[in-house]
Design a binder for this molecule. Structure first.
Ligand code: DSN
Length: 453
């Protein structure tokens, strides 16, 4: 690989310090906090951010999210608020709503959820009575906490019927899901994952949901950008409700949003006393059901992210995310590593260490020492505990935002292999790899650090 010269090293340092100049007031007021942000900035610029749910927001997103809009209270919805002085912020929120609807082709959008989990909580509140049955994937099978995990409100206040990928193949079996739905008659079915490397078939899920008179709710937080780019199928025509975060692949602020049809396909079957249409029920569940004032600075940043995601440049980016992930998967498979489901169709892959004496947690720590930041993760059929696991989850959204392509994925696969071959004593190799990772990162300053183009 090309070695970085001292000049390039000082260039990166200059870029990093330049990007920190935007925090001059913070530096003066709270030097301790400033230094922590500076340290995190330096760490992110010199390591490989490979947690699949992380990414780099653009300068424009960061500016909107740090703007004076944080000062305004605006309980309610655009043009129907409980406070005065909202003429301008009404336009901000309406812009985010209009852009969300246009980007995803949805009838209705709510952009107020503080993040993905509150968005999902609002869906339960809008669609179900506590205690009723719904289907979702447990966390160890690749689902999200809010899809019914036992320690989450969704698992304690509602009754999860679990489904998940086959422990041997790592693939979802749609016939099994259909049989389970017929037997259990859930009132809602989640389709969405945090650790499933394959394409989800929304059409098949919709057939199943319709057959058993259940709502179908898509959680697209992980793959929102792939859907926008047309790399993955569009859930909107098939789902009653779709939830998402605006960060991850979309590169927006840390927040959530909900898309839905206006009319209720099931005619308020489970809310006979609530004649409101679906869109109104969702809105009412978010505010005043769960939240108070919307975070307008975040909603503004979300509007920016939707705007950025509507470009051809973003679609190219999303396509490259998948090409990079496939390349990384291929290179790991060639070296004999086991991947859950045998590969990937999206932005993430799961390395399966069920046969290894080393746990996912141990491997993730060794890779972090080498500057490859991923997370330990359960794999389907995992015999280890969630705090230990037999897998690691690697993703390509952030390294692709840095501008990395297939040749860099080859390097990363080689480094992962070098560390994994020395798991009995990973530190010496990890330290060597850490240096090489930093040298590669010098050539790919991340958005938010490199100068605006
Ligand atoms: N916790 C996120 C993830 O890392 O996948 C999902 O919300």
């Amino acid at each position: 690989m090309k070695r970085a010269s001292p000049v390039e090293l000082s260039d990166l340092n200059r870029l990093i310090e330049g990007s920190l100049s935007r925090y001059s007031a913070l530096r003066e007021t709270d030097p301790l906090l400033y230094e922590l942000i500076a340290e995190q900035t330096r760490a992110e610029a010199t390591t490989l951010k490979m947690i699949p749910s992380e990414n780099f927001a653009s300068y424009a997103v960061l500016e909107a999210s740090g703007s004076i809009l944080t000062n305004k209270y605006a309980e309610g919805y655009p043009f129907a608020r409980y406070y005065e002085g909202n003429e301008i912020v009404d336009q901000v929120e309406q812009l985010a709503i209009d852009r969300a609807k246009a980007l995803f082709g949805a009838e209705h959008a709510n952009v107020q959820p503080y993040s993905g989990s509150p968005a999902n909580q609002a869906v339960y509140r809008a669609l179900l009575r506590p205690g009723v049955k719904f289907m979702g994937m447990p966390v160890p099978e690749g689902g999200h906490l809010t899809h019914g995990w036992k320690v989450n409100f969704s698992g304690t206040d509602y009754y999860q019927i679990p489904y998940g990928p086959d422990p041997q193949t790592g693939w979802l079996d749609y016939d099994q899901i259909r049989d389970l739905a017929r037997k259990e008659r859930p009132q809602m079915i989640w389709v969405g994952a945090t650790a499933y490397p394959r394409i989800l078939d929304y059409e098949k899920f919709a057939e199943i949901a319709r057959e058993v008179d259940a709502y179908l709710v898509g959680d697209i937080a992980h793959i929102n950008g792939l859907i926008v780019a047309g790399v993955h199928p569009d859930p909107v025509p098939y789902c009653d409700v779709v939830t998402s975060t605006s960060h991850k692949l979309l590169r927006g602020p840390r927040a959530g949003f909900i898309l839905c049809r206006i009319e209720d396909r099931l005619k308020s079957l489970y809310h006979p006393d609530e004649p409101l249409n679906l869109a109104k029920r969702i809105d009412r569940a978010v505010f005043p059901g769960l939240q108070g004032g919307p975070h307008l600075q975040t909603i503004a940043a979300m509007a920016v992210a939707f705007h950025e995601a509507s470009t051809e440049e973003f679609r190219d980016y999303a396509r490259q995310v998948v090409r990079n992930c496939r390349r990384l998967a291929d290179r790991l498979l060639e070296r004999g590593y086991k991947l859950s489901s045998g590969g990937t169709d999206n932005h993430l892959l799961l390395m399966d260490f069920r046969d290894s004496p080393y746990s996912g947690k141990y491997v993730a720590r060794a890779l972090a020492q080498a500057g490859i930041i991923c997370n330990f993760n359960m794999v389907p059929g995992d015999p280890r505990r969630p705090m230990v696991t037999s897998g690691i989850r690697l993703g390509t959204p952030a390294v692709t935002s840095m501008g990395m392509k297939e040749p860099e994925m080859d390097l990363i696969a080689g480094w992962i292999d070098r560390v994994c071959r020395h798991l009995d004593d990973p530190t010496p190799v990890a330290q060597q790899v850490r240096q090489e990772v930093a040298e590669l990162c010098l050539q790919f300053p991340p958005p938010g650090i490199k100068p605006r183009q």
